[in-house]
Design a protein. Structure first.
Length: 424
């Protein structure tokens, strides 16, 4: 029997509301006791020196390059980046090549995650075949194979009738549908939010209202069908207002956002900086402030990294042609801690809240739970440096920025998989 005792740690567990100095005992990969005064014979003792010990982070929106684009990020390289950020559970998007639209690929990704020994991977299933917005994928078979929810990734479902059908069938399965909230015809060819800045830079523009238009349509469809609907990376005040109101009316709607939308604005595009190109694009300061307010009042249910790997050739292009997206696994914790929320609330957004949305058994310090743990110093400052990050992809929008909150150690099922000095 392998036993590890963490002592002199600040145990923070948003699922139970616990926050205080204590001890945690791990036996054979599971949490066995909290605040037990006894140290079992032969146990490994780790003195946390007052650092925070919380559940391993749960990232509900990660794009990996595998299968098809391993040169951007493989499962193994993504796992290395994840554990360096304290993440032990990832829900991965299906818009790969081929798309995750059959049960064999769901199974493959889950197995590949286990093979790393570092992370648990929970695949999304494609909503439509090939994530192309046409025929419905075999949702029931995908769910049986382990798909935690359904989405076409970065593509919105354009056809309203098809979206209604998808929501109706998902209700039958009691499955969550995740939508990319951006009206496609307004967003086609665009790469920046419509604004004076975009005009000055000469960039193709999408109005911020494109997000609210899609949210408004799909909220009405969710109300009609009674389905569970989730909007990813919500980034505008108008869109958040719609979701906030819908929740008060009993519509089964949830949403997440990503760090760039509460830590950056369109001004960070700077001199055509492609690392700051996203889909949806960065917004005005008023929208950023609205996202922060929605994090504080609970309108936003979770924060996801929205990790979108790219290699150098993807980004070394004119801004309009460059691949959208940035890496986010390593920086998820630090940026979220900087959102101005109490520590407990910030950690809830990246642990038990996303786990509950996806029905995943993770993100808590409950007795009997797998000992997926993150030990971090909430006061340590570190600088993000592209080219030196764990993982294959280095396209971080936070390059050169200093973040407060550094992961010291990460454990999966009780086994140490990361230290501040590197992988074990």
């Amino acid at each position: 029997m392998t036993i590890t005792v963490f002592e002199n740690v600040r145990l923070v567990d948003p699922a139970s509301g616990r926050d205080g100095i204590g001890r945690l005992t791990v036996e054979d990969g599971c949490i066995a006791a909290i605040d037990s005064p006894e140290t079992p014979e032969g146990a490994r003792v780790i003195d946390g020196q007052g650092a925070v010990l919380c559940p391993g982070l749960v990232d509900m929106r990660v794009a990996l390059g595998e299968p098809g684009f391993e040169y951007r990020e493989s499962v193994k390289s993504g796992a290395r980046a994840a554990v360096a950020g304290g993440i032990t559970t990832m829900a991965v998007l299906p818009n790969t090549s081929p798309a995750i639209d059959n049960p064999a690929l769901v199974h493959l990704l889950k197995v590949r995650g286990e093979e790393t020994g570092m992370v648990s991977i929970h695949p999304y299933g494609a909503l439509t075949r090939g994530c192309e917005g046409g025929d419905m994928a075999e949702l029931g078979l995908l769910q049986d194979a382990g798909a935690v929810a359904f989405t076409d990734g970065t593509r919105a479902i354009t056809d309203a009738k098809q979206m209604r059908n998808l929501l109706s069938y998902s209700r039958f399965l009691d499955a969550l549908v995740v939508q990319h909230p951006e009206e496609p015809s307004l967003a086609k060819g665009a790469c920046a939010t419509a604004s004076a800045l975009a005009v000055r830079l000469g960039l193709p523009q999408v109005p911020a209202a494109a997000e609210a238009i899609m949210i408004a349509r799909d909220l009405r469809l969710a109300e009609m069908t009674g389905a569970r609907l989730h909007f990813a990376h919500v980034s505008t005040a108008e869109g958040l207002d719609l979701i906030r109101t819908a929740k008060t009316h009993g519509i089964k709607v949830t949403c997440d956002t990503a760090p760039p939308y509460f830590a950056m604005t369109e001004e960070d595009i700077g001199d055509f900086r492609t690392y700051a190109k996203f889909s949806p694009p960065l917004r005005a300061e008023s929208d950023r402030a609205a996202v922060c307010a929605a994090l504080a009042d609970g309108t936003i249910d979770a924060v996801a990294s929205d990790h979108a790997p790219a290699d150098a050739d993807d980004k070394r292009l004119p801004f309009a042609q460059a691949r959208a997206g940035g890496t986010g696994l390593v920086t998820l914790l630090g940026v979220t801690l900087g959102a101005g929320l109490p520590l407990m609330d910030a950690l809830r957004l990246v642990t038990c809240a996303p786990a509950a949305l996806l029905g995943i058994s993770a993100g808590t310090l409950a007795i009997g739970q797998d000992a997926d743990l993150c030990l971090f110093d909430p006061d340590a400052v570190w600088e993000v440096t592209a080219g030196e990050l764990p993982g294959r992809a280095q396209n971080t929008p936070f390059d050169g920025q200093k973040l407060t909150g550094r992961v010291l150690r990460t454990f999966r099922r009780g086994r140490e998989v990361f230290t501040a000095e590197g992988l074990v």
